[in-house]
Structures are given as structure tokens and as C-alpha cells.
Design a protein around this ligand. Structure first.
Ligand code: XMP
Length: 517
């Protein structure tokens, strides 16, 4: 792999993704890894990421000069660029010329390999206080900016290069091209990380791991579990059984989508457990959001566990046991819970239902090395329909946390109808890719007076909560076109008789969360 050394910037994962977009496999490693540890992983190249430190700071993470004696190509970005300059004998100074944000880069007339044939002046994204003022010996300086006399350098023979700016962000429009040239042209790595190669490799691995055994997979209706299941199905066929728990808190058409579309695309064995009554019963009289979440989580585990046990018993009678549990854990979860070293445990909420240990499954995690966009492409490669692959996020507790007040069958029916209309209109306006998600929330304990036809109404409001986001950690409310909002509002109040008012949530996150509970 290409190893992206994380100096504590939020950019390391983004760099790793960009490297993969150049069709080269990459992994994130913490800066505490020693040169010996890095080399032990046989890296095709090493990328030193940006970081918050100044190379002069007392506790600044340093780059061991021995890294440059290994014959491995190295690319430095921002802080990594400066640390590289310093380790190789160049000069880094406090020039007082800080640059933050969009900056004009001037490319030298030769341009070197990195910037060859790019416009002589183009914008890049900078974020630095210190600057490299003299490149190490033997390096060609190929670009500069007002505040960075050495904004890019390269030593093609030794296969070293670096840039002061952030090539990985969208604000550096030629950044991907520069990264690609380092990987392909300077480091000489052949672009082989393609969706087809990911599928082949994972299928081989799953076969090795599972052997002639059987596996079980909980489907949530979301992208990750669906793609994980489809991969395992491709590898071991009908020795995989999927379990889908219908807790009654799903949106219109979701169960059918799993039962019909997913099965049609994969031919997988599917067991659906109808647990609607059980969940409604457990939620009766409950209004507190945290309590709702706890109850839904607890019941989910029980139902899934029971389904797994039933399968196990049935299989046991035939002498075959289910020894493997498939999970859709993604690479960002792996990095965030252990710096990508693979040693630490995964966040508990990613384990389907947080199954108790005594069920004794070995985990199969075929998406453990993948980013979300790669998961979607793998899904498409495996023939899953767009409706599954491009699905927007939907919370595990489902509509249960979108009814403010007690959850009842009638209220679920009202919300399901309103939600279906909003989704239909957003889809037909072509807005699905522009929004992150758009929860529809029923204020079930609120009533307001309205007038419809000749009569007074006294109905419930629903809230539209369209948001734009990169990662759901922060979000902005989406400025939906008024005509789309109007169609949604008119249709909901006309077609859902219990609702007489549609309101728009114009709160960002923070201070609001995306969901209302
Ligand atoms: P909040 O409301 O915290 O939501 O801003 C952030 C994102 O997470 C989703 N969400 C959940 N997903 N289980 C999930 O799988 C949950 O319990 C859960 N709660 C919120 C939410 O839809 C949004 O995308």
C-alpha cells in the first residue's frame, strides 16, 4: 500500500481517499509508527500529511531522516512538506507571511513533473505559518506563492516530492492531478486499485476465511450491510443467510425494497422477521427520546439473536453450523478506533445489534478497508440497484425517533404517508444527490387550527428537515427551491388528512442535530 502518515490533521483520511481515486491502494498510519514499522509493511510510497504543529514546536512530531534512506518514494504535504525539507537539510523559517485559504500558485517555467503543463498561475488551498525558504540539496523548486518561496519541490531520481499546499481538497482544482503525477510518474506505481480488483480480492479473502462454513448477516436496508452481504454472497453463495428485522418503524416500501430488489439482484437467502407488534408493545406510553432509543436497540438485539439462534438450531440438526457473522464495518471506523493499526476494537454501534459474545461468531468484515464511496461503487459492480446503492442515511431507530411523542401504529401510518410524499417529490425534482437526507418529523402531540374546504381542522404539523452535509458531524439546512417545497406542502396537506400544516426546519447543526430526537 501507499502509507499516509497522519500528523494529526483532519486531512489524512481525505488524502488516503484521493490516493485511491488515483487507483492506488492506501492506508492511514499514525505518525508514531517507526521507520522499521513502516518499511515492514512494504509501502509502495509514503505520504506525509499536513498537521497542526510548527516544525519548531517543542513536541512537534518529527520525521526520522532514516525514512529517506530506504529507497521508498516520499511525498510531503503542508506540515509533512516542511518536516521533509527539514529532515533533508533544507530550511524552514518563520517568515511572518502566513497563508490561509485560497492562494495563487506560480509554477516555474519548467514546472517539473508535478506541475508540468498545468496553468502557470492557478489557485491552491494553503494553510501554513512557517515556510520552506530553501529546498534541500538536489531538489528542484517548481512552484512558489507570495508567502511560500518554496511551494513545491521534487527530486525525481530519488523519487521524492512535496507541496506546501493541500492538493487533496476541492479548493485546489489541480490537486488530484498533482497527486496522480507523484504516484504514477514519480513513484512509478501502476494504477491497479479498481472496483473490479476490490471485488476479486475480497471474494478470495472471504472464501479463505469462511472455507466451507456458513455465515449470517443482519440487513438494515442501508448501503453498508447490503454491499457486505452481496460480497459475501458472491463468495459463498447460499451458505450465507441474511436476516432482516421489520420493527415497524420503517418507511414506506423499505421492507419490499429489501425483500424484492435486494433478493432479485443477489439471489440471497433472506429471512424476514416480522417484529412489528413486539416493538409497538415495547414502545407503548414511551415519549422520552433516549428511552425510545434504548428500547428499540434492546428489542433489536433480542429479535436478531433469536433469529440467529433459530437458524443455528435448524442448521445444527443438519450438522452444519453458522460460525460467521457478516458486518459492514467501514475503513473510517477502523482508523478512528485505532489509527488504522487494526489492533483496536470497533465502535460498538457498528456491530449489528451488538450481539452478545456467547453466540460465538467469528466476524467477516469485507468492507473494513473501504471508504463509503468505494462501497457504493462495489455495490454497483455487484449489480445492486441505485435505490440501494445511493440510499441516503436513515437512522437505526427509524421513524420511532421522528414521532415527537408516543409511537403508535396510527401515528406511524401518518408519518409514513407524509414522508413518502416528501421523498417522491425530492426524487422527481432530481434533488436526491444534492441533499444529505431529509427527515420528516411528526409533531404528534401538537395540534393547530386550520381551514380546509368549508371546515375547520385541528390537525398535526409535520416538519421538513432537509440538510446538506459531508459526514453528518456538521450540517447546514438545504435551501430547497420554493416550488418543490410548495408541491410537498400542498400534497401532504391534501393527501394526509391528519396533517394540516407543513413547516420547514431552518436550523444548522450545531446547534440542532439532524434528527429531532
Ligand atoms: P444526528 O441527529 O445525531 O444524526 O445529527 C446524525 C446522522 O446519524 C443518523 N442517526 C443514526 N443512525 N442509528 C443510526 O444508524 C442511530 O441511532 C442514529 N441516530 C441518528 C442521522 O439520520 C444522521 O444521518
Amino acid at each position: 500500500p501507499v502509507l499516509v502518515v497522519d500528523f494529526g490533521a483532519q486531512y489524512a483520511q481525505l488524502i488516503a481517499r484521493r490516493v485511491r481515486e488515483a487507483q492506488v491502494y492506501s492506508e492511514v498510519v499514525p505518525h508514531t509508527a517507526t521507520v522499521a514499522e513502516l518499511i515492514a509493511r512494504d509501502p509502495a510510497a509514503i505520504v506525509l500529511s499536513g498537521g497542526p504543529s510548527s516544525v519548531y514546536a517543542e513536541d512537534a512530531p518529527q520525521v526520522d531522516p532514516a525514512l529517506f534512506e530506504q529507497g521508498v518514494p516520499v511525498f510531503g504535504i503542508c506540515y509533512g512538506f516542511q518536516a521533509m525539507a527539514q529532515a533533508l537539510g533544507g530550511t524552514v523559517s518563520h517568515t511572518g507571511a502566513r497563508e490561509y485559504g485560497r492562494t495563487e500558485l506560480g509554477v516555474s517555467s519548467e514546472g517539473g513533473v508535478l506541475h508540468q503543463e498545468l496553468p502557470g498561475h492557478h489557485p491552491v488551498w494553503m494553510s501554513h505559518g512557517d515556510s520552506v525558504t530553501a529546498a534541500p540539496e538536489g531538489f528542484a523548486v517548481t512552484a512558489s506563492s507570495e508567502g511560500a518561496p518554496v511551494a513545491a519541490f521534487e527530486h525525481v531520481r530519488r523519487r521524492f516530492a512535496g507541496v506546501q499546499y493541500h492538493p487533496e481538497v476541492g479548493h485546489s482544482p489541480h490537486g488530484q492531478e498533482v497527486l496522480r503525477r507523484f504516484l504514477h510518474d514519480i513513484a512509478g506505481i501502476r494504477p491497479q486499485w479498481t472496483t473490479a480488483s476490490i471485488v476479486d480480492e475480497q471474494v478470495t479473502r472471504i472464501r479463505e476465511q469462511v472455507g466451507t462454513g456458513r455465515a449470517i448477516c443482519g440487513l438494515s436496508g442501508g448501503v453498508d450491510s447490503a454491499v457486505a452481504a452481496a460480497l459475501v454472497q458472491r463468495a459463498i453463495g447460499d451458505r450465507l443467510t441474511c436476516v432482516f428485522v421489520d420493527h415497524g418503524l420503517l418507511r414506506a416500501g423499505e421492507r419490499a425494497q429489501v425483500e424484492r430488489d435486494f433478493v432479485a439482484a443477489t439471489g440471497v437467502n433472506l429471512v424476514t422477521v416480522d417484529a412489528r407488534e413486539r416493538f409497538l408493545g415495547a414502545l407503548a406510553g414511551v415519549t422520552d427520546p433516549e428511552q425510545k432509543r434504548k428500547i428499540i436497540g434492546r428489542e433489536f438485539i433480542r429479535v436478531f439473536e433469536q433469529a440467529a439462534q433459530d437458524l443455528q438450531d435448524k442448521a445444527g440438526a443438519e450438522g452444519e453450523r453458522y460460525d460467521f457473522l457478516v458486518q459492514g464495518t467501514l475503513y473510517p471506523d477502523v482508523v478512528e478506533s485505532g489509527g488504522g493499526t487494526g489492533a483496536a476494537n470497533i465502535k460498538s454501534h457498528h456491530n449489528v445489534g451488538g450481539l452478545p459474545e456467547d453466540l460465538q461468531f467469528a466476524l467477516v468484515e469485507p468492507l473494513r478497508a473501504l471508504f463509503k464511496d468505494e462501497v457504493r461503487r462495489v455495490g454497483t459492480e455487484l449489480g445492486l440497484p441505485e435505490t440501494i446503492v445511493q440510499r441516503q442515511p436513515f437512522p437505526g431507530p427509524g421513524l420511532g425517533i421522528r414521532i415527537i411523542g408516543e409511537v403508535t401504529a396510527e401515528r406511524l401510518e401518518i408519518l409514513r404517508s407524509a414522508d413518502a410524499i416528501a421523498r417522491e417529490e425530492l426524487t422527481s425534482a432530481g434533488l436526491d444527490r444534492d441533499i444529505w437526507q431529509c427527515p420528516v418529523v411528526l409533531l404528534a402531540d401538537v395540534r393547530s387550527v386550520g381551514v380546509q374546504g368549508d371546515g375547520r381542522t385541528y390537525g398535526h404539523p409535520v416538519v421538513l428537515r432537509p440538510v446538506s452535509s459531508e459526514d453528518a458531524m456538521t450540517a447546514d439546512w438545504t435551501r430547497l427551491p420554493y416550488d418543490v417545497l410548495e408541491r410537498i406542502s400542498t400534497r401532504i396537506t391534501n393527501e394526509v388528512s391528519e396533517v394540516n400544516r407543513v413547516v420547514l426546519d431552518v436550523t444548522s447543526k450545531p446547534p440542532g442535530t439532524i434528527e429531532w430526537e
